[in-house]
Design a protein around this ligand. Structure first.
Ligand code: ATP
Ligand code: MG
Ligand code: MG
Ligand code: MG
Length: 481
């Protein structure tokens, strides 16, 4: 099956191998780089080469890199194309070939190797990159109306606050060409999917934000495996590809629902489980144990979201042998089964992974059950007060703080449950409660710095989303205990 995820990965690597690229293994999700928390792209393992700090071993290379993007956590289940865990297929040139080859090969790969119809493809270039524009137009022959000039946000790629960067050019697939090209918006998830990004890496962004030209001109690219699988498998979203859907089916079975006939919210919940379980398993396999800081907190947060989402769907692991009611290890088994061609080490670590999951899940369920009771009381109070006073129902910062501080009940869950009941949460006054406690606890001072460092690291990769807001709150909270 040429359209299977495994086959797409293999065909990509082979395509570039036959064009002189050395096939290299994926690096760990824990980068060897203090400026980023987790591996967010294929280029990270080559950063020292791009910066000229380490001599290149080969002129060009190709990889299938496992990646985590926590900045996309809020998109999971909402867009058709974003995951927290995904594989990025990449071809890299270390001062070898540059724009022309990168563009011509990307086109050949897309249209010949993967067989995408040329008239379904659109491209974007950085607004002032006339060279890339010319290449797409004259060298490749893309019609002018399907080449868009876009600004920094989309078409200038940086790996972090500092580091190698440059203008980029992206390839998009059009699911609805009948909508015409006037006003076509490449960011419209219902029509387009960005699947390949070619970065013309020629600068180093310094601490002061200035751009210093690199000695060599490099190429760094990323093609989303799940996105190409979605296109070639002709399914409505990445989640329904053979890379993820078996996990969703497993969760559906435990929840006793059928994905095909489920409502939108149920489908979304199943997608969250399918997505997060992959991230969780690969992170633990790479050595990230659940904890309250940094990477460990990313895993803990994802696990908690799966537990909570599973409970909403009515999933428990009751009656499943020695799992004591935990269900994450059952779903994780499916992830391990699918992991062979992504990371062959996962299988040998599976026993450890299941043990970690079981322990973390059971501990969290205890917390949940204690907090749930109190939260119910607080919600009932808020609702009856609101009715008496004719105001909008709201949980006070003190309530949320009590749940958090005394019962260990996560703020993000308080907010989620409250909102399901139409009750808002006074996060500002909760924040003030946190501040108050922090000021009282002088001893925690050094820890605060440490944890804020981690928080800042997370925030670095992440634009401000709601989820991160809680993270930061939580990061502040963690150091109190
Ligand atoms: P988008 O605009 O869709 O968020 P991006 O521009 O942030 O994607 P890049 O940083 O250019 O993505 O990464 C290169 C490629 O990796 C993308 O073209 C896409 O195919 C894939 N990719 C990026 N983020 C994700 C994600 N969260 N889930 C799955 N694939 C992704
Ligand atoms: Mg993105
Ligand atoms: Mg983009
Ligand atoms: Mg991009």
């Amino acid at each position: 099956n040429l359209a299977s995820g495994d086959s797409i990965r293999q065909r990509f690597l082979k395509f570039y191998a036959s064009r002189g690229h050395k096939v290299l293994p994926s690096s760990s999700l824990i980068p060897d780089d203090p400026t980023v928390l987790l591996t967010i792209a294929g280029m990270l393992q080559f950063k020292p080469i791009f910066l000229g700090k380490v001599p290149r071993q080969v002129p060009c290379a190709t990889t299938a890199q496992r990646c985590i993007r926590t900045n996309d956590v809020e998109n999971v289940g909402h867009t058709a194309r974003h995951h927290t865990f995904f594989e990025m297929l990449g071809n890299f040139s270390f001062g070898d070939y540059f724009k022309k080859e990168a563009i011509v090969w990307a086109w050949e790969l897309s249209t010949k190797e993967f067989g995408l119809p040329a008239d379904r493809l659109w491209v974007s270039v950085y607004e002032d990159d006339d060279e890339a524009f010319e290449l797409w137009s004259n060298e490749v022959g893309v019609p002018l109306e399907r080449i868009k000039r876009l600004g920094k946000e989309d078409n200038f790629w940086t790996s972090g606050v500092t580091g190698p960067c440059g203008p980029c050019s992206e390839l998009y697939y059009d699911f609805h060409p009948e909508r015409g090209y006037f006003d076509a918006d490449l960011g419209d998830d219902s029509r387009f999917i960005e699947f390949y990004n070619l970065v013309f890496m020629q600068y180093n962004k310094k601490d002061d934000g200035s751009l210093e030209p690199l000695k060599q001109k490099n190429i760094d690219t990323g093609l989303g495996l799940e996105r190409m699988a979605r296109i070639l498998q002709k399914v409505p979203n990445n989640y329904e590809t053979d890379l993820i859907f078996p996990i969703i089916e497993k969760a559906s079975k435990l929840a006793n629902v059928s994905y095909g006939t489920a409502d939108v919210q149920t489908k979304r919940n199943l997608k969250i489980i399918g997505d997060h379980m992959r991230a969780i398993v690969f992170l633990i396999s790479d050595g990230v144990a659940p904890s309250n800081v940094g990477r460990g907190y990313v895993v803990r947060r994802l696990i908690r979201r799966v537990v909570r989402t599973g409970r909403l769907l009515g999933i428990t692991g009751d009656g499943m042998g020695d799992l004591e009611g935990a269900f994450l290890p059952i779903i994780a088994e499916k992830v391990v089964e699918l992991s062979t061609n992504i990371d062959s080490d996962v299988r040998s670590r599976s026993h450890y992974i299941f043990e970690e999951l079981k322990r973390e899940e059971l501990r969290f369920v205890q917390t949940l059950e204690r907090g749930e009771k109190l939260l119910e009381e607080k919600l009932a109070n808020a609702l009856s007060n609101a009715e008496q006073n004719g105001t909008a129902p709201c949980l006070t910062g003190e309530d949320v703080f009590l749940l958090y501080d005394t019962y260990g009940y996560p703020v993000e869950i308080t907010k989620e449950v409250a909102e399901e009941r139409g009750v808002s949460v006074d996060i500002n006054s909760f924040d003030m409660e946190m501040e108050k406690q922090r000021r009282q606890s002088q001893a925690a001072h050094n820890n605060v710095k440490l944890a804020m460092g981690n928080g800042a690291n997370i925030a670095e990769n992440l634009p401000d989303t709601e989820f991160i807001g809680y993270d930061n709150l939580y990061a502040k909270a963690i150091v109190q205990s």
